[in-house]
Design a protein around this ligand. Structure first.
Ligand code: FES
Length: 69
């Protein structure tokens, strides 16, 4: 586990929001580990694709808007 998350006495709560017919929006104190086990660059918020059509996987790039997903 990342020390930045574990050692923070007053962490920002992590929110995971399932957007209607869109990505999974994550804000707060979190890390993302990619499929190769590498930690992705830290951001304050990300949207993870759940439609499978993004050109920037695993991140949502808005492609879902043109789909009947
Ligand atoms: S959910 Fe947005 S591109 Fe897939």
């Amino acid at each position: 586990m990342n020390e930045e998350i574990e050692g923070n006495a007053n962490p920002t709560p992590t929110k995971i929001i399932l957007r209607p017919r869109g990505g999974v929006f994550i804000t707060g104190n979190f890390i993302i580990i990619d499929e190769e086990g590498k930690e992705m660059p830290k951001k304050e918020a990300v949207s993870i694709c759940r439609c499978g059509a993004s050109n920037t996987m695993p991140l949502c790039d808005g492609t879902h808007k043109g789909l009947s997903f």
